[in-house]
Design a binder for this molecule. Structure first.
Ligand code: GDG
Length: 485
């Protein structure tokens, strides 16, 4: 069996079976343990100067290979192009794009450098699986270093519509770099369609859906495969974690302070893509227009800090603090605080238990590749008395979770209506919706996601052996109609 090499910006901090590890990390780590292999990426250390060396840590059949970044590389590759250009663009926030050509050069330079660090560790039959937007040029860099292995890429965030992607000045180089992979995985069919649209209409390439359901893509002198692989969770493990915490201190504390009021709950990294301000306003609309809800329901928002050294993130934090202060100032009573906004991280097990104790899971990103919180909320529910999920139509998860109340996060009244419906929903309907969503989550858990991707990568590799090698192309390539294969 080929070894699996996982490449991601950060290497997940796995302590085997530990409560901190999320489903994605565990799912990927399980695969590594099965095949043997390596997880390669940035250690999280930023050094102002000096020599950087790979640190290797063996854990059974798995090697963790991590390396630090120099301050300038961190600023250009991570803070700059990855998170100030690509993140807003891929989340449809063209207004927040900050582009600096030196940052893009740094992004490419770090990708090349990281690839060069990996090359000596590779064996000829290793299968390489690269994750996310930080590493779009990684396959191109490996190919330039002579690597012939199969290389797949999974994009965890949305792929934007062409008209938005065109706002990123080096859009063409990015898509050309993506075409150096053998298999591209997107979260949802709409993301895959957006990519194909760019290939056909902006890159003069061609796409064709094959009998096996995968899309064959020809562009920039290469043939590759692309597909949608919605990422999942381990729903039964989350359910166990939630049940185990049902009588724990955090839940007891919450319940004691709620005095039998209902609770609406959200958990998000404090990111402008998550729609937090709109969500706060919709909760305000609910208690404003339905006085009967006042003092009957509290909204618990947990939003741990993220990328706090970027201006756009400082801005969203200030806006949210202002909104929660304003709304609480307007409606709070001596014994009731409408919004409990907590800017801090909690243990995974505590979150699961709090999800189970909440009546409504309120997950309303303006854009999200998938949104695992939506899936975790459903998984954590008590089957006998489940809560209701209110979910944005712009989360990838909405493609699968039809049992949620689907809302448009730009429609404040619509969200307030959905909250009212969720809070009043009869038990039977809640149970039916929960059963429907739980069946879907079990059917497409994180192992299924991983196995489907790896199966298709093995196949894509077989086919792309005879593909035209990547070449730097300056202009559009002529459109090549695909023969049925
Ligand atoms: C990207 C894409 C895609 C959150 N707060 C705490 C905490 N979390 C955990 C959640 C969940 C994870 O972090 C967040 O995952 P999401 O999917 O919701 O969002 P992103 O971080 O933006 O992830 C996204 C995902 O990649 C996977 O492909 O779904 O669309 O943007 O697991 O529970 N965990 C702990 N404490 C917290 O306070 N322990």
């Amino acid at each position: 069996m080929s070894r699996l090499i996982i490449v991601s910006n950060r290497v997940a901090p796995i302590s085997e079976g530990g409560p901190a590890a999320g489903g994605l990390a565990v799912g990927v780590y399980d695969a590594l343990k099965e095949t043997g292999g390596m997880w390669f990426g940035w250690s999280g250390d930023v050094l102002s100067s000096g020599q950087l060396e790979i640190q290797l840590e063996e854990r059974g059949p798995v090697t963790f290979a991590t390396i630090g970044l120099l301050r300038r590389d961190y600023d250009q590759y991570y803070r700059g192009f990855s998170n100030a250009t690509l993140w807003p663009a891929f989340h449809y926030r063209a207004d927040l794009i900050q582009y600096d050509r030196h940052d893009f050069e740094g992004y490419c330079r770090v990708n090349t450098w990281l690839a060069q660090q990996l090359v000596p560790l590779l064996r000829p039959d290793d299968v390489i699986w690269v994750h996310d937007y930080h590493l779009i040029p990684f396959a191109q860099a490996l190919r330039a270093a002579g690597v012939k292995n199969r290389i797949g890429f999974f994009l965890h965030i949305p792929f934007p519509a062409s008209q938005v992607l065109l706002a990123v000045p080096p859009h063409r180089s990015l898509v050309e770099a993506l075409c150096a992979f053998d298999l591209l995985g997107f979260q949802t069919a709409p993301d895959l369609r957006a990519f194909c649209d760019y290939i056909v209409n902006e890159a003069a390439g061609a796409v064709e859906v094959r009998p096996d359901g995968l899309t064959s893509v020809r562009a920039f002198g290469r043939t590759l495969r692309a597909g949608a692989y919605p990422i999942g969770v381990y729903p039964d493990e989350i359910a166990e974690l939630a049940k185990a915490g049902e009588r724990g201190k955090p839940v007891r504390t919450l319940k004691a302070t709620l005095h039998s009021r209902k609770v609406i709950m959200s958990v998000d990294r404090l990111d402008y893509s998550k729609g937090l301000v709109e969500r706060f306003r919709a909760f305000e609309r609910l208690i404003d227009l339905a006085p009967a809800q006042r003092n009957q329901v509290s909204f618990l928002q947990i939003a741990p800090p993220t990328r706090a050294d970027l201006h756009a993130y400082q801005d969203i934090r200030l806006r949210l603090e202002a909104e929660s202060g304003r709304i609480n100032g307007r409606f709070a009573e001596l014994d009731w605080t409408p919004i409990r906004y907590i800017h801090r991280q909690y243990e995974r097990s505590v979150l699961a238990a709090l999800f189970r104790a909440s009546h409504v899971g309120y997950v309303t990103p303006l854009r999200d590749g998938m949104n695992l919180v939506a899936k975790e909320y459903v998984s954590a529910q008590d089957p006998e008395n489940p809560g209701v999920l209110v979910l944005s139509q712009f989360a990838g998860a909405a493609q699968e979770l039809g049992g949620a109340l689907i809302v448009n996060p730009f429609d404040i009244d619509g969200m307030a209506d959905a909250l009212a419906i969720a809070l009043a929903m009869p038990l039977e309907e809640r149970q039916a919706r929960y059963r429907d969503m739980m069946a879907q989550l079990r059917e497409n858990n994180v192992s299924v996601w991983r196995d489907n991707f790896m199966r298709d990568l093995a196949r894509a590799g077989e086919r792309s052996e005879d593909a035209v090698p990547p070449a730097a192309s300056d202009g559009p390539v002529p459109q090549v109609p695909l023969a049925a294969e």
